[in-house]
Write a protein that binds this ligand. Sequence first.
Ligand code: TRP
Length: 329
Amino acid sequence: MTKGRIFSGMQPSGKFHLGNYMGALENWVKLQHEYECFFSIVDWHALTSSYEDTSKIPERIHEMALDWLSAGLDPERNVIFVQSHVKEHAELHLLLSMMTPLSWLERVPTYKDKLQQLGVQGKDINTYGFLGYPELMTADIILYKADIIPVGEDQLPHLELSREIVRRFNNLYQPIFPEPKPSLSKSAILPGIDGRKMSKSYGNEIPFAASPDELRARVRLMVTDPNRVKRTDLGNPDVCTVYTFHKIFNAEQSNEIAQSCRQATIGCVDCKKCLADKMVNNLADMHVRRQELEKNPGRVKEILVYGGERARVVAAKTMEEVRQAMNLA
Ligand code: TRP
């Protein structure tokens, strides 16, 4: 007995950092033990806002698969696949587009915001495909009749639209699809090494693929309490990025660390070393898995082909029902 079926996807938009992992992927790794899961690298979605230069797509798909597998997503337990390998996503997207009022798409709050925001950056995404972003997302989800969708808060308006589209389809034709419900993943709490939000554009990120040595180097660069200049100065852990990381990666010792910092019985160098040891230790399994996979890139490809085949079986069955319901069979 499974509790339900999960679908989620991510755009292959470059290398993960540790904040991305903690924000979403860590949650998926837990969910895989409780639900039947479909996880898709949504390359067509990446084209909706970035269609001019497609040269990096294969490399980014490979990197994303590496990140997912290193994190511990099990390719047997879950169906892990690339969206464009399963053409049924495109067929269902087309059929849904026939019955979706334009106004529903235009009023999705993220639509105009993002159009404007990307326009300022000089990107012209006044396209049919970009408007249809949540339409494609709906096709992704309902093709597998998924009912639980782990996403970040930013995706809630899209899911609301998905439910409206599902209701319309079920009313017009036949009640084939369940209404997908969001399962909110708690937002990332991990700051960057300078204490601001972790982001590649700030250069403050810790790469998810960092080796133990690279991890240690990033921890050494972390910003500490600016008022603690000398080793003997009393510190304030509440304004220290290293301490924020201790709370996440070294929870059991974090009270002790805070006290030692306040009393200056530990210095920042040792405090960072202690954190780096914990982080290296916590992430050790992932490094091992990544190293194994990096030795064998063909294996990653195989896993995606295998996932695509399994996804297609489910997708083809749903499409048969859809065609029947719409008299297209
Ligand atoms: N829009 C999602 C994001 O950017 C990615 C996505 C595409 C997705 N299709 C999906 C998420 C289906 C959940 C379900 O995060």
